[in-house]
Design a protein around this ligand. Sequence first.
Ligand code: GDP
Length: 140
Amino acid sequence: MAIQRTLSIIKPDATRRNLTGMINDRFEKRGLRIVAQKRIRLTEAQAQRFYEVHAERSFYRGLVAFMTSGPIVVQVLEGENAVVLNREVMGATNPADAAPGTIRKDFAESTEANSVHGSDSLENAAQEIAFFFSTIEICP
Ligand code: GDP
């Protein structure tokens, strides 16, 4: 299995409840290394661009409003099979469907306010990492 990088976002519902450390602990305990991390506040234009793929969905406007409602922590996670491993650590989009012990099961407030984002493919991971980080900000 190859070493991969994936983009993770700790969402505003989680930063508001001061859960950054608890969530990072889940990543590190499962062997994901945080090789870049910064706390930022997205502008509306940035959130719209990041979630452009969902522009036609009914939840798009609400999602953009939610993602700009407070600080987020964007991070690059590195490890064996990091893309799929992070999706496992996160759990299903809707916390009601998430497996026990996952971040979303334990911390998410709703399908929208579900505490974390994680890239869903290696190709998207590369694009999403480049959206937030320059090469010199990533320190393996
Ligand atoms: P993810 O890859 O598990 O984050 O899920 P998606 O890529 O399908 O959706 C992106 C984000 O949009 C999710 O993490 C949620 O924050 C939000 N979202 C997805 N589906 C719904 C929905 O049916 N209703 C609402 N309100 N938000 C949703």
